[in-house]
Design a protein around this ligand. Structure first.
Ligand code: PA5
Length: 444
C-alpha cells in the first residue's frame, strides 16, 4: 500500500489502539454487512470495484468531446458536488493547473458560493472563448449552483443557440429525481448518475469527480486502481493489520481524552484543497448529536507563521494529523551564492524537499513537546493512484470513526437549517410565516 499511517510519541499507546479491536470489528461488520446507521448510503464501500463501467466509458467520451471543442470547462456545484473535484485537480495536477502549459481546457469552479464578484471574474476570464458546462447537483435544487447554472446556461445558449448549447451541457445528477434531472430530460443534456446509495461527500470517485478529471487529462483508470487497492487493503477487519482502522481508533481515543479538534496539516499547496474536502467529509459525517471532532486544516510551513503560535502554546484540546508526501512533484535545488549575504550557503546544492522534510520533522517534535498528539499519514507521491487510494482511506476511516462515535456518519440533517432560513428571508413561496418571524428577530 502506498499509504503509511504512524502514531508518534506516547499520547496513545499501540496497545490501547489494539484494545479497541472488538468495537472496531463491530463497526467494520456494520459497514460491510449494511446493518449500521445510514446503511442506505454505503454504496461507496465497494464502489472502486462495482462502478458502472459503461458510464465510465461515456465519461471518457464526453471528456474527449469537451477537450476537442472547448477551451474552458465551467464546473458548477457545491459541497460534495464540488470539493472532491477541485481536490483531484489540484492534487493530481496543480493549484496552477489553469496557468500551466497544457493541451487541455482550463477549468473553473462556479456555484460554490453566492458572490457576484467571483462569478463576474469567471465570466471575464472566460471572455468569448468556446466553453462547456458540467453542472453537478444530486438534489438538483441547491440554490448556489442553480443560480450559477442559470447564468452560464443562458450565456451558452446566447452564444451557440439552444440546440448546440444543449450538446455542451453535461449534467451529473440523480438517476430519476430532481429539477436538474427534469431539465435534462426536457433539454436532452447528456447526464451522468450520482448513485442513490452514495451521499454527496463520498462521490468524488463517481462521475462527480471523474468527468472534470478526465477533461484535465487525468488517468481515471489509475485513480480507480488506487481506490481499489485501498478498498482491498482496508477491508481487513483485523485492526493490527489495518492502518486505516488504526487511524479511526486513534482519533476516537484522543476524542475520549478531550481532544475535540483535529488539525489536518500538509506541507504542500497541492494538498490545500484536499484539506477542504477532508473538512466536509469529517465535519458532515461526525458533527451531530452534540458530538464530533471539529476538523481544521493547516497549510505548513505557511501557517507556522500564523497560528503556529497557538498550536505550540495555546489551549491543549486538539491533535494533529500530518499528511506528508515523500516525493515532491518536481524538484528544485537551492543555489550557491558567492556573497552568501543571507547565510544560506550551508544549504547550497540541497533539494527544497530536504528542507521541507526537516521542517516537517522539527515541527512535529516541537508540537509533541508542546503537548500536541501527532499522527502521520504518508503517501509516496501525488499522482492518480495515490489520490484514489487516499480518498478511500479517509472515507473508510470516517465510516468507522462515525460508528465508533455512535452517530449516523452518512446523513447531514444540520445542513438544512440555514437553507430554511435563507429561503424564508428570500421570500420563497411556502415560507411566509417563518419570514415574518426571522425578520422580526433580525430587526430586534
Ligand atoms: O454532502 C452533502 O450532501 C452536501 O454537501 C451536498 O453535497 C451539497 O449540499 C450539494 O448538494 P447537491 O449535490 O444536491 O446540489
Amino acid at each position: 500500500m502506498g499509504i503509511k499511517f504512524t502514531v508518534q510519541g506516547e499520547a496513545v499507546q499501540k496497545t490501547e489502539i489494539f484494545a479497541l479491536s472488538p468495537e472496531v470489528r463491530r463497526c467494520h461488520e456494520a459497514l460491510h454487512n449494511k446493518t449500521g446507521r445510514g446503511n442506505d448510503f454505503v454504496g461507496w464501500v465497494d464502489l472502486p470495484e462495482n462502478y458502472n463501467k459503461e458510464e465510465f466509458a461515456s465519461i471518457k467520451k464526453a471528456a474527449a468531446k469537451i477537450r476537442r471543442d472547448s477551451s474552458v470547462l465551467i464546473v458548477v456545484g457545491i459541497g460534495g458536488s464540488y470539493l472532491g473535484t477541485r481536490t483531484a485537480l489540484e492534487f493530481i495536477k496543480s493549484p496552477y493547473y489553469n496557468q500551466l502549459k497544457r493541451d487541455t481546457p482550463e477549468i473553473y469552479f462556479a456555484g460554490n458560493n453566492i458572490s457576484s464578484a467571483y462569478l463576474n471574474d469567471i465570466l471575464q476570464i472566460l471572455g468569448d472563448r468556446d466553453f462547456s458546462i458540467n453542472v453537478i447537483s444530486k438534489s438538483g435544487t441547491t440554490t448556489e449552483p442553480a443560480i450559477a447554472f442559470r447564468i452560464f446556461k443562458q450565456l451558452l445558449e446566447k452564444k451557440y443557440g439552444k440546440e448546440e448549447a444543449a450538446k455542451r451541457i453535461f449534467a451529473t445528477t440523480d438517476q430519476t429525481r430532481g429539477a436538474l434531472k427534469e431539465m435534462c430530460n426536457e433539454q436532452g443534456y447528456e447526464t451522468f448518475v450520482i448513485p442513490d446509495d452514495i451521499g454527496g461527500r463520498f462521490t468524488v470517485l463517481t462521475a462527480v469527480g471523474l468527468l472534470a478529471m478526465a477533461v484535465a487529462g487525468v488517468d481515471i483508470d489509475a485513480v480507480m486502481d488506487g481506490a481499489k487497492a485501498a478498498m482491498e487493503s482496508y477491508s481487513n477487519p483485523n485492526i493490527q493489520e489495518n492502518e486505516c482502522y488504526q487511524y479511526a481508533a486513534m482519533r476516537h481515543l484522543l476524542y475520549k481524552q478531550g481532544k475535540t479538534i483535529e488539525i489536518l496539516a500538509n506541507y504542500e499547496p497541492h494538498l490545500t484543497s484536499f484539506g477542504e474536502w477532508f473538512k466536509q467529509l469529517f465535519g458532515e459525517s461526525e458533527g451531530k448529536e452534540g458530538k464530533g471532532i471539529f476538523p481544521v486544516t493547516a497549510n505548513f510551513s505557511t501557517d507556522l507563521h500564523s497560528f503556529g503560535q497557538f498550536i505550540q502554546e495555546g489551549g491543549r484540546y486538539f491533535f494533529e494529523t500530518v499528511l506528508w508526501c515523500k516525493e515532491p512533484k518536481t524538484p528544485a535545488i537551492i543555489p550557491y551564492d558567492e556573497a552568501d549575504g543571507d547565510g544560506l550557503n550551508f544549504l547550497a546544492g540541497k533539494e527544497m524537499q530536504f528542507v521541507n522534510n526537516k521542517a516537517f520533522g522539527g515541527t512535529m517534535l516541537a508540537h509533541m513537546d508542546g503537548g500536541v498528539p501527532n499522527m502521520v499519514i504518508q503517501i509516496d507521491r501525488m499522482d492518480e493512484w495515490h489520490f484514489g487510494a487516499l480518498i478511500y482511506f479517509f472515507e473508510k476511516a470516517v465510516g468507522i470513526s462515525g460508528y465508533l462515535l455512535e452517530v449516523n456518519p452518512f446523513d447531514q440533517p444540520g445542513v438544512e437549517a440555514y437553507k430554511k432560513n435563507m429561503f424564508a428571508l428570500l421570500g420563497k413561496p411556502g415560507y411566509e410565516a417563518l419570514k415574518v418571524e426571522l425578520e422580526k428577530r433580525l430587526a430586534d
